[in-house]
Design a protein around this ligand. Structure first.
Ligand code: SAM
Length: 367
C-alpha cells in the first residue's frame, strides 16, 4: 500500500482500482483499531501523513493561514437531512446579523491579524443579491488588503458574477458527495447534485478561488462514493477543499446516525494533500469537535488553514450544524494567542497574510 501512496505523491493521481485498494486498506486498518500517532510509522495513516506533511512544507513551508469565520445568518430555506440549520428544524434559534454587526466582526478580526474574512450562512431568502453585493463592497472598501470568501450556497451564475464584480475573491461550496445516489440520500428531492456541480463549475469559470468538499462518514457514504469524490476533485482542480467529519445533530433525520471518525478524516486530508499539492486545506471546527486536539492533528496530516470563529459570542451557539460544536475555546478568534501556541508546539506558525492560493498567483504571472 505504501507504493500507492508513493505513486500518489509522485503522479498526483491513481487509477480507480488503486483508489479502491488504498481506501479499503485504510478502512481495514481503522477497523483493526489503528489510531493516529506520529510515532506509529507502520500504519498507513502515519505514512500518508508523513508524506503529506513533506509535500505541504515544500509548497507552504511551516505557514498556517487563518480565516476569520463570520456565521452571519442561521436562516435556511433548504432542508438537508444532516444539517441543524435545515428549515424543518423548529428547535433551531434563528438569527441574522446586520451589516454593521458584520463590519464590526471584521474590524475586530483585522485588529487580531486576520486578512481573510469568510461570510458563511444558510440560504437566507431575506438577504437578497443586492444586500450581499452591498455587504461585499462595504467590506472590500474598508479592508482593501483583505480577501473575502463567501459560503452561502447555490445561486445563479449572474449572481456569482455580480458578487465577484463587487469584490468577492473566493467561494466555498462543498459538493457533499460526487455520487448522485448518495446525494439523494442526504438531500430532499428539490436539491440535485447536477445543480451543485454546475454552481462549482460557474464559480471556477468566473475566476473565484473555489472550494469544494465533503463530510467524512456521512450516512450511506461508500468507498465507491469516496473514489468519485477524489476523481471529481482531481477534475475540478479546486483552490480549496473543506472536509470534516459528519456529526449528527439531535433534531435532524440523521440524529441517530454514527459520526464520521477523526482517523478517516485525517487519512483523507493526507490523500487530498498528495493529490492536490497546492490546495488550501482547512483543519475544520468539526475536526476539533470530534476529538480535542483534532485540528492540530489535521495540520500534521497536511492541512494548512484554520478558521477561528469571529461571529459575536452570543450567536455562536445558535449556529448549530451538529451537536457539541466547540464554541468557547481555542476555535474562537479571541483565543488566537493560545491557537498560536498550540501550533508552535507542533512546529507551525500562524501568519498574518491573505493566504491566496498559489494557483491564483501562477495565473496572474501568466497574464
Ligand atoms: N449554506 C451553505 C452551503 O450550503 O454551502 C453554507 C453553510 S452549510 C451549513 C456549510 C457546510 O456545513 C455544509 O456544506 C456541510 O458540509 C456542513 N455541515 C452541515 N451539517 C453538518 C453536520 N451535521 N456535520 C458536519 N458538517 C455539516
Amino acid at each position: 500500500m505504501r507504493n500507492l501512496i508513493n505513486k500518489l505523491r509522485r503522479e498526483q493521481r491513481l487509477e480507480n482500482e488503486e483508489w479502491k485498494q488504498l481506501l479499503e486498506a485504510g478502512k481495514a486498518e481503522r477497523e483493526g483499531g489503528a489510531v493516529f500517532s506520529l510515532e506509529e510509522n507502520d500504519s498507513l495513516l502515519a505514512y500518508s501523513a508523513c508524506q503529506a506533511r513533506q509535500v505541504r512544507e515544500e509548497i507552504f513551508g511551516k505557514a498556517i493561514y487563518i480565516r476569520g469565520l463570520i456565521e452571519f445568518t442561521s436562516y435556511c430555506k433548504n432542508d438537508c437531512y444532516y444539517c441543524g440549520l435545515r428549515r424543518s428544524n423548529k428547535e433551531a434559534e434563528r438569527y441574522r446579523l446586520n451589516q454593521e454587526e458584520i463590519l464590526s466582526c471584521c474590524r475586530k478580526g483585522y485588529e487580531l491579524g486576520f486578512r481573510t474574512f469568510v461570510l458563511q450562512g444558510g440560504e437566507d431568502g431575506r438577504l437578497d443579491d443586492q444586500w450581499m453585493e452591498q455587504m461585499i463592497s462595504r467590506i472590500k472598501n474598508e479592508f482593501s488588503n483583505c480577501a473575502l470568501t463567501l459560503s452561502v450556497g447555490e445561486r445563479e451564475r449572474k449572481t456569482y458574477l455580480q458578487w465577484k464584480n463587487a469584490g468577492a475573491d473566493r467561494y466555498l461550496l462543498r459538493h457533499e458527495t460526487a455520487d448522485s445516489e448518495h446525494y439523494k440520500n442526504l438531500h430532499p428531492k428539490e436539491l440535485s447534485l447536477a445543480r451543485r456541480l454546475d454552481c462549482l463549475r460557474n464559480l471556477k469559470d468566473l475566476g473565484y478561488q473555489t472550494g469544494c468538499g465533503i463530510m467524512v462518514g456521512s450516512p450511506g457514504q461508500t468507498t465507491e462514493a469516496l473514489i468519485k469524490d477524489m476523481e471529481f476533485m482531481k477534475m475540478l482542480q479546486p483552490e480549496m477543499v473543506g472536509i470534516g467529519p459528519f456529526l449528527p445533530q439531535h433534531s435532524t433525520p440523521f440524529a441517530g446516525e454514527k459520526a464520521g471518525t477523526l482517523e478517516e478524516t485525517l487519512f483523507l486530508l493526507s490523500l487530498i494533500r498528495l493529490m492536490l499539492p497546492k490546495v488550501l486545506l482547512p483543519a475544520t471546527t468539526a475536526l476539533g469537535t470530534v476529538r480535542e486536539g483534532g485540528r492540530e492533528m489535521g495540520i500534521l496530516c497536511g492541512a494548512n488553514v484554520v478558521m477561528p470563529n469571529l461571529s459575536p459570542a452570543d450567536v455562536r451557539k445558535k449556529y448549530l450544524l451538529y451537536d457539541n460544536k466547540i464554541c468557547t475555546g481555542d476555535e474562537a478568534a479571541e483565543s488566537l494567542s493560545s491557537l498560536k501556541k498550540s501550533m508552535e508546539k507542533i512546529g507551525y506558525e500562524i501568519v498574518t497574510d491573505r493566504g491566496d492560493s498559489p494557483m491564483k498567483k501562477e495565473r496572474e504571472k501568466h497574464v
